[in-house]
Design a protein around this ligand. Sequence first.
Ligand code: NOJ
Length: 734
Amino acid sequence: MNIESLLEQMTLQEKIGQLVQILPSVYDPQTSDTVTGPVAQLMEESGLTEENRFELGSVIGINQAEQALRIQQNYLKHNRLGIPLLFMADIVHGHRTIYPVPLALASMWDISEMELMARQSAIEAAASGLHVTFSPMVDLVRDARWGRVMESTGEDVWLNGEYAKAFVRGYQTDDLTRSDSLAACVKHFAAYGAAEGGRDYNTVDMSDRELREFYLPAYLKAIEAGARLIMTSFNVVDGVPATASTYLLRQILRNEWQFDGVTISDWSSIKELIQHGVAGSLAEAGEKGIKAGVDIDMMSGAYLNHLEQQIEEHVVSIDLVDEAVRRILILKQDLGLFENPYRGIDPELEKRIHLSKEHRDTARRLAEKSCVLLKNDHILPLAESQRIALIGPFATSTDVLGPWAGSGKQEEAITVRDALDEANIKYVFAEGSTVDAEIDWDQAMEVAKQAEVILLALGEASWMSGEAGSRTDIRLPKTQREGLARLATLGKPIVTVLFNGRPLDLREVVEHSDAVLEAWYPGTEAGRAIHRLLFGHAIPSGKLTISFPYHVGQLPMRYDALPTGRPMTIEGADPRYTSKYLDAPNEALFPFGYGLSYTHFSYSQLTLCEQSKESIWEASVLVTNEGTLDAEEIVQWYVQDPVADVSRPLRQLKGYERVFVKAGSNREVTFRIDASMLMYQHPDGSVKADAGEFILYAGSDSTCTLHETFWLKQTIEKEQFDEHINDRSTSTTR
Ligand code: NOJ
């Protein structure tokens, strides 16, 4: 297809149509739409007519092959130029087979498993007719009050970027014309995860340094990995809503990053420019959106209603529309839609691969790897011979898929009780309470008295996190905390398994439990994964990628904090005048990187050696498995720059490795540091690594203390470093 000649044939109305995204029910009365934003008003203002209905460019919320086929066939019967519709949806952690929520997946510290998850999701979704997924969500988050923290991969800039790349590779592969690939739409650009007070859709305000150093890199990495679309966020940045920000969308995205893919608003976020107070009408909102560089208007009706007139009156230049349409048509072409508008749609394949054994097995393995063991006072793993009381709402709840579960069905999820039954484990059972309502714990107390060990499944209902799921109290619901405290009076060991979408304040849970397993929302195979971990068929290896605060009042919190001028550790200071809380520690209850195993790993013999004149260091550390079980450990490497031109984080993750160490033996783990890892943006805008001292830490979480010092002999500029790398790679390929 020659895109330029197609563009020439299009009327203005047809061009504008390409920039509009609408719900499937517009084409298919059999569809009941999945709605995650305001619609009633939109339909009034949408400007939809019988005529322009078949000129629109894309549909949000397709989830099934027959539906996709019906809609595309009907559409193409009416579309004058035969330009197929694009089908998009939120395939966030699985389509029909649901994998753990992203924050859980991140706890695996396993890039290839993340990529596999995205690959299998794409295979399932493409068979249902989808072309684009609104994923990955790469927003950096430091505030557990924000419900969407469960959609993120956590609080670390570097790790988020590594995961961003893995998602994109998994969805898109290196060939978008493959009928089982999906184009990735990275979101939410930009800094959506920094909402003030953790309240969704709220103001974001930060320095440009903070934005560029911590919040932007993961979007850029997704783009560098090839993500074909980017979604604007609902929030303002420096007073300007992201959806109208020329700074974000033109200067950074197009000029600095050279992104040539498609931009899309979030749901009705163009219209919300009115509520933000930067547009007086829907028409003005649309004008700001297109001028800032938003190609597709998701669900606000601004472009469909007003763009034609704005172009005729020369308020908006036709060039802006042409550019946007060109990008959308190129995406359709690259997806192979002009050759085959029914690309991927396959009702038979859909039946075979949705919830296939292979996908379910992956979902189970990933759930095992993403659970994080927070506490274990010699009670786990359990023995099948123990008399177990299974108690708590999540023992039988199928609300384990999380709030973004695509086409996943709760009734297809395996509960903890299902899995124990499947494995013929004997137990006595009492629910204790429903997930968020109070009922009587008396029966649970009676049941618990009959047992040796209490297995308690607690958590947040999935509606308590996710979009618009912000909370100021991040403890478990009151009835569950009270039930736990009552059970603890029996003096029997309690193993608590938690199902939730955010870091919680777990002080009471930790106090009353002998073991705590953070299971997050583990997805379709939840129960089986948990059964295997509890009984030692699998060994916990997950580690947190977000700090669990001691108290909600500490939020936002981050492990990579800057030093203060009055740290608590300063010698000789009057403790009154140091940086601290009077009523809580400064530290997290469970820090970034934390997670236990059924064995114990120790670290020793950290060494560093500089390769001659290269400003490259080879580090190594000896990791010893002190226990009696073979297991995997996630070895983490952090670096600190103690004296710089601006205050630098107390430490930052620079690398990690998941290693298998046999019981009673050890393994040398190596890590390579180069100058690019030491660089930061200086006050004059230059990016360089300063000559001087650096400290390398190695260990099993972000509080590790084993360290070594190393020195960079001369300052290295980024350009100089990049050139050096390029020279080296050309000389090796020669
Ligand atoms: C709103 C959400 O913010 C975004 O993440 C999602 O992709 C869109 N709705 C579409 O469902």
